[in-house]
Design a binder for this molecule. Structure first.
Ligand SMILES: C[S@@+](CC[C@H](N)C(=O)[O-])C[C@H]1O[C@@H](n2cnc3c(N)ncnc32)[C@H](O)[C@@H]1O
Length: 269
């Protein structure tokens, strides 16, 4: 997916994620007025939520490798009137352009726990820039039930390469995001915790949520056709394509749920 299409998908699907991300941020109880880093911030949608939580005296630095994402982030932050509280910097999460102990906390959503890199060195790099006793939090999408009544089709979709992404077949199990507690233990981060955050959506769907779910289907199960049996492909086209009369979002009793998982711990005092 090119960057502009990704940005559009992020904006359209944001109504599905926003309240769950807000709940995760609240659960961290980050100190008001503190300064933190959003590593792999994309277009800065969570920088806004983090800055809201920090209040006027706090500050959030959004870092991303993509200058296009950051340009859009700057526009969004300016429109929100939060340019004083949020700044952006281009950089690589695996080699952060910051001194040791530069921040009170670091947050990374759908990036640090999610990429092609070795997670331990990356988590160590995130922890390096956080002051002693500060929070290191990583979150990622962890499950969904988007096809009520069709568990077999959903299981088959979940077993495709896109369905198990960002994990890939053959990768060591300890590198799966849901094994992140082990990374926290190994790095000596204190009070490691993991918690699931869920949300659900049901008919009648507002236009916003319907569009967000259509985008989510596209993001979750792109290019699955070559990995499905012909029977599964027929079902996929019937229930998961917006132009099909049997598109599942048209059900008057449609219901969907999904989860994010957050792992967090503190740097040693
Ligand atoms: C799935 S997006 C998540 C964006 C944002 N955190 C969110 O949850 O909306 C992953 C982001 O990580 C960024 N990214 C990927 N590799 C990176 C790297 N090595 N250093 C910094 N950012 C990176 C991408 O440009 C993208 O914006």
């Amino acid at each position: 997916m090119d960057t502009e299409s990704y940005i559009q998908s992020a904006l359209v699907s944001n109504p599905l994620r926003e309240s769950i991300l807000r709940a995760m941020i609240k659960a961290l109880q980050l100190p008001k007025g503190s300064r933190g880093l959003d590593a792999g911030c994309g277009i800065g949608l969570q920088c806004l939520l983090l800055a809201e939580e920090m209040g006027l005296t706090g500050h959030v630095t959004g870092l991303d490798v993509s200058s296009e994402m950051l340009d859009r982030g700057r526009e969004i932050v300016k429109e929100a009137g939060l340019s004083e509280q949020i700044s952006f910097q281009e950089g690589d999460v695996t080699n952060l352009p910051f001194d040791n102990n530069a921040f009170d906390w670091v947050w990374s959503s759908d990036c640090a726990g999610y990429g092609p890199w070795e997670p331990l060195p990356l988590l160590k790099e995130l922890a390096r820039v956080v002051k002693p006793g500060g929070i290191v939090a990583i979150t990622a999408w962890s499950s969904e039930k988007l096809l009520p009544g069709y568990p077999r089709l959903e299981a088959r979709l979940g077993a495709t390469s896109a369905g198990i992404a960002p994990f890939v077949q053959g990768k060591k199990p300890e590198l799966h995001f849901l094994r992140a507690l082990g990374w926290f233990h190994e790095l000596g981060l204190t009070e490691p915790r993991g918690k699931v955050f869920a949300d659900s959506f049901y008919a009648p769907l507002s236009d916003n949520i319907r569009n967000a779910l259509v985008t989510l289907f596209d993001m979750r199960w792109p290019d699955v056709s070559t990995e499905l049996s012909s029977d599964d492909l027929v079902e996929f086209q019937r229930f998961c394509q917006p132009d099909s009369p049997d598109f599942i979002l048209n059900l008057p009793d449609y219901y969907a749920l999904f989860t994010y998982t957050m792992f967090w711990g503190k740097t040693a005092d």
